[in-house]
Design a protein around this ligand. Structure first.
Ligand code: DQA
Length: 148
């Protein structure tokens, strides 16, 4: 099973950016959690972070035929990017949306998620452990333990 974890703008600043909202754990801590989860579950995992919308679209397109599932935190592009939504719809790879913060409890402009219109599940407000939950959900979905 191959899972791609995609992170949008400023996620590389975890631990520095607004720790009251995003926590004190760093991007390196997140990568360590991803690698640990993948090793425990015998999942082949790749991760990618970009501050550029088109680079994220490119990665989603490149995932076609290569990955079984996508975990995506489009960050600010969640609320603006039809291009990321269209890329997810184009490749038709099962995807789970993750938000570190509880976007529902924040500003009104964070209530809209374009990527979420495609994703089969959204995990929000669980900090970086939301990524682990997303990977385990995809594991169960892809192995047929749960239905879509
Ligand atoms: C975020 C929430 C977004 O609204 C914000 O722009 C981010 C991070 C989250 O993980 O909580 O950059 O996606």
């Amino acid at each position: 099973m191959k899972i791609l974890v995609l992170n949008g703008p400023n996620i590389n600043m975890l631990g520095i950016r607004e720790p009251g909202i995003y926590g004190k754990q760093t991007y390196a801590d997140l990568l360590a959690l991803l690698d640990k989860t993948a090793a425990e579950e015998s999942i082949e995992l790749e991760h990618y972070q970009s501050n550029h919308e088109g680079c994220l679209v490119d990665k989603i397109q490149e995932a076609y035929g290569k990955f079984d599932g996508i975990v995506i935190n489009p960050a600010a592009y969640t609320h603006t990017s039809v291009a990321i939504l269209d890329a997810l719809k184009a490749v038709q790879i099962p995807a789970v949306e993750v938000h570190i913060s509880d976007v529902d409890a924040r500003e009104p402009f964070r209530q809209i998620s374009y990527a979420g219109l495609y994703c089969c599940k959204t995990i929000k407000g669980h900090g970086i452990s939301g990524y682990r939950e997303a990977i385990l959900y995809l594991r169960d979905l892809l192995s047929g333990i749960i239905g879509s």
